[in-house]
Ligand binder design. Structure first.
Ligand SMILES: [Zn+2]
Length: 319
């Protein structure tokens, strides 16, 4: 057990991904806690160890690791701390443990969804290749403690777990109630808008409407009256309320643009993505498709467009 005044240190770890470096946090509390780890790369490992050493700690000193969500830039190096207690959401389990059966089912679901929404086979295989490569930036380890919304963070009295699904189904953040300082990973970023990524359902057959979930999570974050949000990428956020409103407005504006683009012509989600993103849709179809699908969900929910199935394809139509 580590005895010291509770301080929070920000460590910045390089990633090979477009998003750039990731921030992970060392909380020197009742238990010496690491929040996220960085990706499984040689450079990431070296930097993480170096920055821990600069603060006076060895890898073995870490008592527990809180994993914000399953994306490799956040949790890839968790296995470096096999001796420590791993803490995360229940839906994180198959990802961090790299459950192959789960991956196969998950991929199958998404494949069907992409095909039914018009994605050509060459873009589909591009997505599948990049997801397979992406997962290699995580080394499997076991999840020891499952936490849920409202729990006190184990080993960190005064800190609470908040579930914020949307960017990922298993996303959690933590907040120190005494001063409303929160560590939010990707829930809200200062300069880029966090993508509500398309995901297969974790239970049942119903696909999670990730942008709708994400919007609920943003409203929840706003209601927490966070004074300072320590983020996973870029600057910290002081003006959480204002930024949440800006992001919520941004979704509505993009949805409106998509609605106009559909006009009276029926289109597949792939066609909409291509019109919206042009070449970017060919280069990063997973991101553009998620973005489009999320906003289509938003328009469907408010009854502004309709979806119909013709043959084996889904079409969206402006009413
Ligand atoms: Zn993420």
């Amino acid at each position: 057990m580590t005895v010291c005044a509770e301080t929070i240190h920000q460590l910045t770890i390089p990633t090979p991904f477009l998003v750039g470096p990731v921030h992970v946090y060392l909380i020197c509390g009742k238990s010496l806690t690491l929040f996220d780890t960085g990706p499984l790369t040689g450079e990431g490992r070296k930097e993480l160890i170096k920055q821990l050493n600069q603060l006076g700690y060895e890898v073995e000193d870490i008592d527990q690791v809180i994993l914000s969500h399953h994306h490799p830039d956040h949790i890839g190096l968790a296995s470096l701390f096999k001796h420590a207690t791993m803490i995360g959401h229940r839906y994180l389990k198959p990802w961090i443990e790299k459950d192959q059966q789960f991956f196969r089912k998950y991929e199958q679901y998404l494949r069907q969804l992409y095909i039914e929404n018009g994605l050509p086979i060459e873009l589909l295989s591009k997505i599948e290749k990049s997801s397979a490569a992406y997962i290699n930036y995580i080394e499997a380890t076991e999840l020891d403690i499952v936490v849920k919304h409202g729990d006190e963070v184990p080993g960190l009295p005064g800190w609470k777990v908040i579930e914020v699904p949307g960017h990922s189904q298993n996303h959690i953040m933590i907040i120190r109630e005494q001063d409303q300082i929160a560590i939010g990973a990707d829930v809200l970023l200062a300069t880029i808008s966090s993508n509500a990524l398309l995901e297969a359902p974790m239970t049942g057959e119903e696909r999670p409407r990730t942008l709708l979930q994400y919007r609920d999570s943003l409203r929840l974050v706003k209601s927490l009256k966070v004074k300072l949000l320590m983020t996973g990428h870029g600057d910290m956020v002081h003006n959480v309320d204002q930024l949440v409103d800006q992001r919520l407005r941004g979704h509505l504006e993009r949805a409106k643009a998509i609605k106009e683009l559909i006009s009276s012509e029926k289109m597949t989600a792939h066609e909409i993505s291509y019109r919206l993103f042009k070449e970017k849709h060919r280069k990063q179809p997973d991101l553009t498709f998620s973005e489009t699908f999320g906003h289509l969900d938003l328009l469907l929910e408010s009854g502004q467009i309709e979806v119909l199935k013709e043959g084996s394809f889904f079409y969206f139509k402006n009413e």
